[in-house]
Design a protein around this ligand. Structure first.
Ligand SMILES: [Zn+2]
Length: 416
């Protein structure tokens, strides 16, 4: 292999030390002391292999390797280095370390590329501090306004703009982080799977073909609050009883829709919410994800039908409100072909996958071609201290990326 597993392990272990909650998982919010420490380490590693290092107006760290062709579009490679509260050492940093290791491997093999490559480490992807997730990538595609920097605040009431200023960045320049589509050739991200499929199917890497469509709906079922002791069963309009009749059908509805469709009821509120009162209202949410928009529509229609039938039998009324609708994203076919070719060449095994989570890749797909690779997560765990990927498994993902990015950067088949 062209990459080095000891260096990969060392990067992950060093980055995990920049942590606000030692012993209770990794907490690294953006524009904090922990961010500063991790950022300085990333920058020093980038400088050591000859990259030209700077930060964009949003605070994303960029290490640029010039290509041979003047003015050629850039290949961008990386992920984020912030974390959730009490999370793990791999969600985000795995993809940043991928960039560092590829940069080092290119440097020591004295490879020159036709296209420039920018290795990047983005911030506030998780929205852990300000609730403004995918911040670095959204700024890069020009989707963060100056006003938003005042609107989003952390738990202590500090706005993004104030935190940026305290960190040495000028919030008034946020628009300068935006990149033009024509200056980018492709974006490559490596991420831990955060699910159990690769481990379960004993596959080395996941090649993501789609980032799923997401739909959030909120259902409110209205009945009538009554005394729990004096109202006979036949004379009740129990909102929760009706809501649960519908909820109990949702997993079967999702399975029937196919195409990897999943549906989750994650919130259920009952009011008045007292032991001795028949529920007058029940509110629940449904998170629906699928690679096909029509599967999502099918699920919503089936939920509507179930509500309608229940309403007829039980005299309840209901409303359905759409809270979020994100279209599916198909990742670049030519990049997927190159991944497949290199998987064979390297003797790895692969799984073609859906990504059930967004990632910076989803945002970058708005302006450029995108490739996304997953590496296995132990027991499928993520966003918790137990989050773990074997270093040799992470190396396989990095090795695949190394070859694929070089194919893209020299634009010659079978190079590398
Ligand atoms: Zn992540």
């Amino acid at each position: 292999m062209k990459t080095n597993v000891e260096r990969i392990q060392k990067d992950i272990e060093i980055l995990s030390q920049f942590n606000a909650t030692p012993g209770r998982g990794l907490t690294r919010f953006s524009f904090t002391e922990e961010d500063r420490g991790a950022r300085e380490y990333i920058k020093s590693e980038m400088k050591a292999c000859g990259l030209q290092v700077y930060e964009d107006a949003a605070g994303t760290v960029i290490g640029r390797l010039e290509g041979e062709v003047k003015g050629a579009p850039t290949i961008i490679v990386g992920s984020h280095f912030d974390s959730v509260k009490n999370g793990g050492n791999f969600d985000g940093p795995a993809g940043v370390v991928m960039g560092l290791e590829i940069a080092r491997s290119i440097y020591e093999n004295k490879i020159t590329t036709k296209y420039p490559i920018e290795f990047i480490a983005m911030i506030e992807e998780e929205g852990g501090r300000f609730g403004s997730g995918l911040f670095g990538s959204r700024a890069m595609v020009g989707k963060v306004s100056r006003e938003q920097l005042d609107q989003f605040k952390d738990n202590e009431g500090i706005s993004i703009a104030e935190a940026m200023e305290a960190f040495g960045l000028d919030p008034n320049k946020i628009q300068e982080a935006a990149r033009r589509p024509e200056e980018i050739k492709a974006f490559f991200e490596l991420h831990i799977e955060q699910g159990p499929i690769l481990e379960h199917n004993k596959k080395d890497v996941g090649i993501v073909e789609y980032i799923v469509a997401i739909n959030h709906i909120e259902v409110v079922v209205k009945g009538r609050p009554d005394h729990a002791g004096t109202t006979p069963m036949s004379m009740r309009i129990d909102a929760l009883d009706s809501a649960t009749k519908v909820i109990s059908k949702i997993s079967a509805i999702a399975k029937e829709a196919g195409e990897g469709t999943v549906a989750t009821v994650g919130v259920l509120d009952v009011s008045p919410g007292a032991t001795n009162i028949v529920p007058g209202e029940a509110r629940f949410t449904v998170d629906i994800r699928s690679k096909k928009q029509e599967c999502i529509e099918k699920v919503v229609k089936s939920i509507e039908k179930a509500l309608k039938e229940t309403a007829k039998d039980n005299k309840i009324t209901y409303t359905i409100t759409e809270k979020l609708s994100v279209s599916p994203i198909k990742l670049d076919e030519k990049i997927i072909e190159t991944f497949d070719k290199n998987v064979k060449k390297l003797g790895f095994s692969k799984e073609s996958m859906l990504s059930g989570a967004g990632h910076d890749a989803m945002i970058m797909a708005g302006i450029t071609r995108v490739g996304l690779v997953f590496v296995p997560s132990k027991d499928g765990r993520s966003h918790c201290p137990e989050e773990w990927t074997e270093y040799k498994d992470l190396q396989k993902g990095i090795e695949l990326m190394y070859h694929t990015i070089l194919d893209e950067a020299v634009d010659v088949e079978n190079e590398g």
